[in-house]
Design a protein around this ligand. Sequence first.
Ligand code: ATP
Length: 375
Amino acid sequence: MAAVSFRQVHKAFGDTVTIPSLDLDIADGEFVSLLGPSGCGKTTTLRMLAGLEQPTRGTIEIGGREVQTLPPAQRDIAMVFQSYALYPHLSVAENIVYPLRKRGVPKQQWPALLQQVVQLLQLEPLLARKPKQLSGGQQQRVALGRALIRNPKVFLLDEPLSNLDAKLRAHMRAELIELHQRIGTTTVYVTHDQLEAMTMSTRIAVMNGGVLQQFAAPDEIYYRPANLFVAGFIGTPAMSLADATLIRADDGFVVSAGGLSLRLPAAALSLHAPREVVLGLRPEDVVLGAGPWHARVKVVEPTGHESIVLLDCGGVALVARVASDLPLAAELRAGDDVPFDVSLSRAHVFARDSGARLNRDEANVTALRRTRDAA
Ligand code: ATP
């Protein structure tokens, strides 16, 4: 097992800069997801760690050793691809032991190593089959087995579940979580699926345009998004974001957007908050049925256990969730006027120009204190 770090890693393809400067420290034994929209540089980052791409500048360390100039075989990593890349003419057992043959591991050691992996991934009944005789999920397990048998320092997984149907993905997600809990190998996982990242990771690195936006635990990313991009990208349905005006009042702040005017205590926001802001509210923090504000129902989308309700509040689009077992869920109709309340402590405020989060969360307060102490 090993820690991984990127230091000022810059990557350009010709004149096109894909990653301007990446700093990322992954601790030993972590499961880190690289998450972001298509083209944000996740795969390039993973391929640089694997040795399949060279960084243009900067250093990459695995277990404290600089590896950026080493070929993949000398990095002690194992990579699982989206395509599985199994050899069609080899059996499951032959596919799994293939890396041992390639690395010159003495043949008498193979059965014991194979047995360990087979037990871990429950592949016993499949050993004699060829890849085309396996389901997608089984092929995925074989690809994992082939990576595991090398006992690498770091696992690199590139969208390994994206070829599976929804049910199998959920199953494999749980299997990967369990596997990581058992073996504890440092894992870097590329995905554009936020559910995968949220459920499996110890920390998520959210990227956009080659720039790391936030690197934090899933809860932190959800409840304290560092900027507008993360706020809009994480969460389904997405956080409602509305241009708003921030005015300082005697005892705090007033944030106004359309028909919505929220009073926030002085401690809630940074003292240097600008006037032009964006107000963010998650669907679960807009509570329909009673409260000081009113909105018009535009659309009601029943999803089974809850309904997603799209609202207009004086020109501001809001989204709310209503549990299906509440009488209100059956009563709501498009065009209705509905009162609502807002969880004020969960209102997010961002600077409109920079997109930076302005809420004074505990972390921010600590950082502010530290800055003040240092001054
Ligand atoms: P996806 O989810 O679609 O796989 P990604 O976040 O993994 O996207 P990358 O594959 O890392 O994104 O690509 C990042 C950017 O780098 C893209 O604009 C892509 O076109 C560019 N890029 C990647 N590889 C090359 C290459 N070999 N030559 C030129 N440009 C490349």
